[in-house]
Design a protein around this ligand. Sequence first.
Ligand code: NAP
Length: 243
Amino acid sequence: MSQTTSSRILVTGGSRGLGLAICTRLLTEGQEVFTLARSISAEVQKLAASFPGRLHFHPVDLADREAVDGYVKQHPWLMDLDGLVANAALGTDGLLLMTPDAALRKCIEVNLTSTVVLTKTILKGMLQRGGNLVFISSIAAKTALKGLSVYSATKAGLAAFCRTIAKEYGERGIRANCILPGFLDTEMSHGLNDHQRQQIIRRTALRRLGEGDDICGVVSFLLSPAARFITGAEIVVDGGFSI
Ligand code: NAP
């Protein structure tokens, strides 16, 4: 188990999938965790009961710009955070010309715009004492995957954002790193049919889809003092899908 310097960490999209795995890992390591999603899940309720007073859930729709602005204004503790794990996202599935504009806009809003707005507020609070930012991007940021054009654009945007934040605020003791997971066996990939799933597994050197636990060790490492000289990095965790 890694020892981390961060003690108050916001994980966006902690209701299920990778976000839930990250929340669980950080709580197990002794951190105080804040998380948000549109609604609380049974898993988060159970986790909160197992770690009394250390997991705080807030319902926010990250696709709703006014709701995000309101959340930032109403929650000054965002300025007291030691860490952010920007994980919430949704996928757009379908060739560009088949995808409604509303779905494309929502994807950009959740995956990119809301992350930028939250990061801006959290960074202000970190200026005096340093902090740690981890952005969950995707191998789709680097690999062309049919049907994921806008999703890929948001994930590449997140990686570029992360790199630039690392450069701009490194001198203030703030580190920013990006993780690029491969396909994970979460709700996001449940739209894949059996044929697509088998194709992905065949292309993956380690011959399986990833799980939340495959990624959260890397999150924990990046938040820990062991990673104190790592910033602006993009770490691919895809079982060898993209090699
Ligand atoms: P997931 O199971 O679909 O979970 C997505 C999380 O984001 C949920 O907690 C969801 O909460 C939250 N979310 C979605 N829309 C939201 C909104 N409008 N407002 C607030 N929260 C919202 O996805 P996952 O697989 O765990 O993905 C986690 C991260 O890994 C994402 O950044 C994803 O891009 C990345 N990733 C995933 C894969 C994959 O194959 N699954 C591959 C590479 C990278 P609610 O729905 O409850 O609001």
